[in-house]
Design a protein around this ligand. Structure first.
Ligand code: GAR
Length: 203
């Protein structure tokens, strides 16, 4: 089984979707550790509730971003993590994590990248006036939401949408898309060719 480490800053509904799929035997994977930069994150409670190791690693407790990330890397290595999943982790990933897990960090973003990267994907899409938005699972590189795209799902933007209603419609898709991307990774079916991620057939 693929050993997953999840980094989350908040509510953790994507973490929950991943844990649920693992528990249901739908994913040949298990979440072995959850780390948050926010000690009060509900994601940590969800992990503990499922009997999964949960840690907070607080940025300002460290002298530099590098040392902060090194502490996270040490934890991930201690739990022999093979894939790192960012699930509502609201920080830019730096060199220590990228070097420790090359092509082994995934993120989910609530917009159809490369449109609307950053912290407010849903709000930015709504304000721009697009008629279709959605979510993207991608491998993480040094940029902000710029890494190779693995899967995307689209949803309509409706005339009476608010940021909240659009976010909820996208979130429903996120909870399916993230486990699907992890499943492909766990099955060894993702092949990165430059910017493109190709999905190989099942053996
Ligand atoms: C999700 O919508 C995720 O796509 C988004 O934060 C939310 C986290 O929800 N991530 C970003 O905006 C990353 N820039 P969750 O904590 O319930 O999974």
């Amino acid at each position: 089984k693929l050993r997953i480490g999840v980094l989350a800053s908040g509510r953790g509904s994507n973490l929950q979707a991943i844990m649920d799929q693992c528990a249901a035997g739908q994913l040949p994977a298990e979440v072995v550790v959850v780390i948050s930069d926010k000690p009060g994150a509900y994601a940590l409670e969800r992990a503990k509730g499922a009997g999964i190791a949960a840690y907070s690693v607080v940025y300002k407790d460290f002298a530099s971003k590098a040392e902060y990330e090194q502490a996270i890397v040490r934890l991930l290595e201690q739990y022999q993590v093979q894939l790192v999943c960012l699930a509502g982790y609201m920080r830019l990933v730096g060199e220590p994590l990228l070097q420790a897990f090359p092509n082994r960090i995934m993120n989910i973003h609530p917009a159809l990248l490369p449109s609307f990267p950053g912290l407010h994907g849903q709000r930015d899409a709504l304000n721009y006036g697009v008629k279709i938005s959605g979510c993207t699972v991608h491998f993480v590189d040094e940029g902000m939401d710029t890494g190779p795209i693995i899967l995307q799902a689209a949803v309509p933007v409706l005339d009476d949408d608010t940021e909240e209603t659009l976010a909820a419609r996208i979130l429903e898709q996120e909870h399916k898309l993230y486990p699907a991307a992890i499943k492909l990774f766990a099955e060894g079916r993702l092949e990165i060719q430059g910017r493109r991620v190709l999905v190989k057939d099942k053996e």
